[in-house]
Write a protein that binds this ligand. Sequence first.
Ligand SMILES: C[S@@+](CC[C@H](N)C(=O)[O-])C[C@H]1O[C@@H](n2cnc3c(N)ncnc32)[C@H](O)[C@@H]1O
Ligand code: SF4
Length: 350
Amino acid sequence: MEFKLYDIRGGNNPLDQLGRPLHDLRISVMDRCNFRCPYCMPKDQFHERYRFLKSHERLSFEEIVRLARLFASLGVNKLRLTGGEPLLRTNLADLVGDLTSIPGIGDIALTTNGVLLAQHAVDLQANGLKRITVSLDTLDKELFARMSGGFAALDQVLSGIDAAIAAGLTPVKINAVIERGVNDHTALDLIDHFRGMPVIVRFIEFMDVGNRNAWRPEMVVPSRELAARIGERWPMRPISENYRGEVAQRWRFDDGAGEIGFISSVSQPFCGTCSRARLSSDGKFYTCLFATHGLDLRAAMRGGANDGELLQMIRSTWRGRTDRYSELRDVLRRERGPAEQKIEMYYIGG
Ligand SMILES: C[S@@+](CC[C@H](N)C(=O)[O-])C[C@H]1O[C@@H](n2cnc3c(N)ncnc32)[C@H](O)[C@@H]1O
Ligand code: SF4
């Protein structure tokens, strides 16, 4: 039945082995980051001698735009720029402007840690950015320093959020990764702070992505548990999704003070409707957040592949896609051990 629903999209747009179309592309524009969040880039692994990409190894803006055009012709209508920290990429607003002009792309969003946002929000919005997500795990200054690796101050992120609101990038979404015993006791403070503002706080279950982040199932605070705690203080009810396959479950406060979201990728995986592809900053095309191997589109482009050949590679990779890591987590972790994929492949939220 599901297949028929997707199939009306017709001809050129590929469906994967589970009948899922390709709608979203997450583009990592920068592998480096100015934070060292322990759940993502632990300091002891991403140290001064860690070999990040050299500039010529990253896709150029022209290469990114070329690939985005090709993906758009296969049905992608939403782009999200991410990283690493995307605002470390020089002239990022120019890239946003170029991507906006691609036929079929209706929505461009950005996920950032917010530290450099105050200086870029106006330009990004002026160049066509529609939506922004700022990652902020806690409002406790000392805990914030620990959870970001100690490279920035909470006030900088809060100024970035204010700047995004002032620039009209509303509602601003806040992504908060919640870890049991680390910051779960401060989760309600985030709501208290942002309730009534043009901001949607979304709580993300701590995931075993990207490496070496010492994930253990007992550190995950299931969304149901968190929602119950929040609902006791501020009565709220679930509301319907904005579009099919939205990753966050939405809840609205009964008193009209706005909405919040839960991204329950561990306790309630959403692989069944996943239409997201990922492009790493060195040009690998991944079909899952948890994928360990990607298709090297940079090598193909720099080796002289024409658009038809690139399209064929992308299409057949998507058609062969069977990924549903989150649904099979327990089995796959037993088989392959902790996930070991590229750090910059994360994307959470929509
Ligand atoms: C990898 S970051 C890249 C963009 C930017 N640096 C930022 O932090 O927003 C994208 C999102 O992934 C989330 N993330 C990273 N590691 C995670 C993990 N182990 N579990 C859940 N979410 C994670 C971050 O909190 C952030 O919201
Ligand atoms: S979550 Fe974002 S800010 Fe934190 S280390 Fe990862 S890429 Fe950097």
